[in-house]
Write a protein that binds this ligand. Structure first.
Ligand code: ATP
Ligand code: MG
Ligand code: FE
Length: 332
């Protein structure tokens, strides 16, 4: 089947075409308008989605060399995400399916981040464990089948991506700061500063304490030396990145050990992070894991992951009616 997929849950408008499980295009329109505000402004995000959705779909069809008349189904992100952003993608998908008389497939954005691993040649085998780290979520997921997933650990407060973005804001870097922390960290000493590791039971996480300790650390040092941030930017970024990566991988290891699982995957926007990717690779080598790390374009939000999830739902004949509405919160 030829599937057109739409992603619009946050601030990326994305469209992808997938034919028989092969991704033929993945067009991502990023929104730069939010940089000035230090975070995504929901009202502005929906307006930009509205402007970009039709061009993104046209480009995705063009890149894939597939005519809109040859599309067999439309997959779309139903949630979780910003309601106004989701509405644009859901409405477009419904209108397209209605016009072409083809079925609709709803996709859970967080499941899709994980299912992005089924785009690559080398696929994990069930059951595997996935650490999903993104702007809004930090989850350890036991993946028993394509759509049979159990969240066995999650953050009690901030997400890992939020911790990255809030730290960068404290350092005066623009939004989204995660990629900038990554870039600066590559030239810094990760052991320059020690930040605390929270003691949270089970497989859960907490990042709000870390954020506060970074805030106080910066405040106190800037009081003593107004140029502290500029002079030590790379070391601060490297130390924060190392701490976040260590917190994440220690819990992931605990989960893999207790469940006796050797197939371990990483997903979500923060999986683009160099320090985290390296630490997972090292930990995997030490423990004899098969490690799965997505290609960069499939880490942050993209419609290819919605397309591959949609393809597997198509094979199961799981379609949804025209009365479907987006969900800001959408558990598995
Ligand atoms: P969710 O998937 O939870 O709904 P989202 O869709 O906004 O949230 P993603 O697009 O998956 O999140 O990820 C965005 C997050 O990833 C941001 O917090 C961003 O700072 C972070 N991020 C992206 N690249 C990197 C990187 N190289 N290093 C660290 N963080 C990164
Ligand atoms: Mg984004
Ligand atoms: Fe996402």
């Amino acid at each position: 089947p030829a599937i057109l997929a739409i992603e619009s849950s946050c601030d990326e408008t994305s469209a992808s075409v997938c034919v028989d499980g092969a991704i033929l295009s993945n067009v991502i329109a990023n929104q730069t308008i939010h940089e000035a505000y230090g975070g995504v402004v929901p009202e502005l995000a929906s307006r930009v989605h509205q402007q970009n959705i039709v061009p993104a779909v046209q480009q995705a069809l063009l890149n894939a060399k597939v005519s809109k008349n040859d599309i067999d189904a439309v997959a779309f992100t139903r949630g979780p995400g910003l309601l106004g952003s989701l509405l644009v993608g859901v409405s477009f998908a419904k209108a397209f399916a209605l016009a072409k008389q083809i079925p609709l497939i709803e996709v859970n954005h967080m499941q899709a981040h994980i299912l992005a691993h089924f785009i690559a040649e080398k696929k994990p085998s069930f059951p595997f464990i996935c650490l999903t780290v993104s702007g809004g979520h930090t989850q350890i997921v036991l993946v028993k089948d394509y759509f049979d997933m159990e969240v066995i650990g999650q953050t009690l407060d901030d997400a890992a991506g939020e911790a990255m973005d809030k730290t960068s804001k404290i350092l005066g870097l623009p939004y989204p700061g995660g990629p900038l922390i990554d870039k600066n960290a590559r030239n810094g000493n990760p052991d320059a500063y020690k930040f605390p590791e929270p003691q949270i039971p089970g497989f859960d996480f907490s990042f709000s304490g870390l954020k506060t300790s970074i805030l106080y650390f910066i405040r106190d040092n800037v009081a003593a030396n107004p140029n502290f941030i500029q002079e030590n930017m790379n070391d601060i970024c490297a130390s924060v990145e190392k701490r976040i990566a260590t917190i994440l991988i220690n819990k992931l290891k605990k989960a893999a050990d207790e469940h006796g699982i050797k197939d371990v995957a990483l997903a979500g926007g923060v999986s683009a992070n160099t320090g985290l990717r390296n630490l997972l690779t090292e930990t995997g080598e030490k423990n004899g894991w098969n490690v799965f790390i997505p290609k960069f374009e499939y880490c942050t939000d993209n419609a290819a992951m919605i397309a591959i999830a949609g393809y597997h739902k198509y094979l199961k004949g799981e379609f949804i009616g025209q009365d479907v509405a987006p969900l800001a919160r959408m558990p598995f």
